[in-house]
Design a protein around this ligand. Sequence first.
Ligand SMILES: [Zn+2]
Length: 67
Amino acid sequence: MVYWVHIARSIDRVTLHRERCAEVPSNFIRTDFWEGGWFDYPDKERALTAMEQAGVTYQQKCPLCKP
Ligand SMILES: [Zn+2]
C-alpha cells in the first residue's frame, strides 16, 4: 500500500491519502518537497513522518479515502 502526501504550501496544509484515492492526480508533476506537491511513500509511518517534517500548520487525513 502506497500512501500519498499532498503538501499545499499556499494554504499551509498537508493531506494524507491512500494509494487509490480519487483525489490523487493520475498525471502529476513531482515538485520539490519544499515547494509542495504530491509525494508517495511505501508505508504509512514514513508518510506521517513526512507530514510532520513538511512544517505546515494544518495536517489532515483525506475524508474521502480515510487513510
Ligand atoms: Zn484521499
